[in-house]
Design a protein around this ligand. Sequence first.
Ligand code: SF4
Length: 75
Amino acid sequence: MPALPCQTQPALFFAEAPAMLDAARSLCSSCDVQALCLAGAVERGEPHGVWGGQIFVGGTVVASKRGRGRPRRAA
Ligand code: SF4
């Protein structure tokens, strides 16, 4: 069985940069075990990273992740 993209490029799947996370998600879209991977990650409540084509933060799926930088200014 060929290596999975997350095995060959793990840094991409746990990156901070949104563009890198999008690239990881794209690789997941052609992965044979995407559905199983996502179900397992949800069950485990993965704290971070891209799993099954989704971005996890704090155990839940988020639509996108903000890059590092200056925090938002309080109103
Ligand atoms: S779907 Fe899961 S196993 Fe497949 S490349 Fe993405 S993170 Fe890896």
